[in-house]
Design a protein around this ligand. Sequence first.
Ligand code: S3P
Length: 178
Amino acid sequence: MSEFPKNIFLIGFMGTGKTSLGKKIALKIQRKFIDLDSYIETEMKMSIADLFKKYGENEFRIIERDSLSKLIENNQQIISCGGGTPLFKNNMELMLSNGCVVYIESSIGKLFHRLKRNRIKRPLIADLNDEELLVFIKTKLNERNIVYKKAHLIHNTDDSKEVLIENIQKLNIELFKL
Ligand code: S3P
């Protein structure tokens, strides 16, 4: 049986690099990579920013949840989630019972540094100045960490992807008795 039979979900705050890490792991272990935001944009034929503008955050979360449920019907994928995905309804439980959930953790300083340069496409922070952005990161991360930390694995962005792959392998053995 394959070493990675189920889905691998990457979760974490905006700006942690879930997408680029996910692509690298997928290449390394030969799995299909799906970025949930990009999947939604393709399905809806609209950018995340425009979806927020047109429908508002709550409706976006419903669309996000529907997309996640659809993707979960397939196995052996690496799915990089939006920062808010695990927070809505029972999305986190859904992911936990459908594969390995990995929280990609980063420091407030690093997140601030990355998001400062990349806020335009992210509707929740697009209009914030630097000071407000820092407060937003601190407050939201604190709030979201309660859910993020329910993940099967926590991977710090300072650690190598090889370490992460090894840990996912070990976890698969534990979870799925391979
Ligand atoms: C969000 C994160 C974004 C995107 C949307 C909302 C959030 O994804 O889903 O802007 O609530 O944290 P990334 O984490 O990929 O930036």
